[in-house]
Structure formats: structure tokens, C-alpha cells
Design a protein around this ligand. Structure first.
Ligand SMILES: [Fe+2]
Ligand SMILES: [Fe+2]
Length: 143
């Protein structure tokens, strides 16, 4: 079964955000295991839990980017709004598929969706973060 395992190529260069992404990968992998077991109710709960975690992550990520004065934060916010809309639409479809034992397709979709979020969309700001001076040289951003 397709699933995502964390490695350094997922890192955006910010420990807090990497931790968040690791957690999302963990939730997705747990959901994949639930689907493997054929546990439809567990899979639906797992999907809802992942969905909530994604929304919380988007908020946290945007606050982080604002605090670091990322110039394209508005564009990134719009990307998040679009992604949230996508997954909200997929939620009902996924519930139906899970009920028909087609959980593998749901997992495949989520793997692609999440991998794109981190590896493509978030890597846009990772390049900006990499150019910032070390945190110790930025007292204004300490909190
Ligand atoms: Fe992210
Ligand atoms: Fe993001």
C-alpha cells in the first residue's frame, strides 16, 4: 500500500513545520493501516482526524510565515484555501469509497495530495527561509 515515510527531502528547514508535516504523514500512514485492515469506521474517523490536522497545520504554517515576513504569504494562503476546498470536496467522495471497500484509492489520493503540499507548494517558502540569517541574528523574530 502506498504511504509516505519521512526523510530529509521533506524538510522545509524549519523544525516546527517539519514536526507538523511529520505528524500529518504519521496520521496518513495510520489511516492507510486502518484501510489495510478493512476497518471502514476506523478509516472514516482517520480521514476526519487527518482533515482536522491539515486545517490546523495550514493555520499554524501561515502564522509562521507571517511572523517571518514571508513576502508571498497571501499567495500561499490562497493555495491553502484551494487545497482545503479540494479535500473538503474529496471528503464526501472518500466516505462513499471507504464504505464500498475502495479505501486504497482514497489513500492514493491523499498521498499525492499531501506529498504535493510539502514537496512542491511548501518548498516555495523553504527557499526564502534558507536565505534568512540565523535566528540569533534576528532578535525581532524571537517570539
Ligand atoms: Fe505545510
Ligand atoms: Fe503550505
Amino acid at each position: 500500500m502506498a504511504r509516505l515515510d519521512w526523510d530529509d527531502t521533506f524538510s522545509v528547514g524549519a523544525a516546527m513545520i517539519d514536526q507538523d508535516h511529520r505528524r500529518l504523514l504519521g496520521e496518513l500512514n495510520r489511516l492507510a493501516e486502518t484501510v489495510d485492515r478493512g476497518d471502514t469506521k476506523g478509516a472514516r474517523d482517520g480521514f476526519d482526524s487527518l482533515f482536522e490536522a491539515i486545517l490546523r497545520h495550514f493555520e499554524r504554517e501561515e502564522r509562521f510565515l507571517l511572523a517571518h515576513r514571508y513576502p508571498d504569504v497571501e499567495t500561499h494562503h490562497r493555495t491553502h484555501a484551494f487545497k482545503a476546498e479540494q479535500i473538503l470536496t474529496a471528503r464526501d467522495l472518500c466516505a462513499a469509497r471507504l464504505a464500498h471497500g475502495e479505501g486504497q484509492e482514497v489513500v492514493d489520493y491523499l498521498v499525492e495530495w499531501l506529498e504535493r503540499h510539502i514537496r512542491v507548494e511548501d518548498m516555495e517558502y523553504a527557499r526564502f527561509l534558507a536565505r534568512l540569517p540565523p535566528a540569533s541574528a534576528r532578535p525581532a523574530l524571537a517570539n
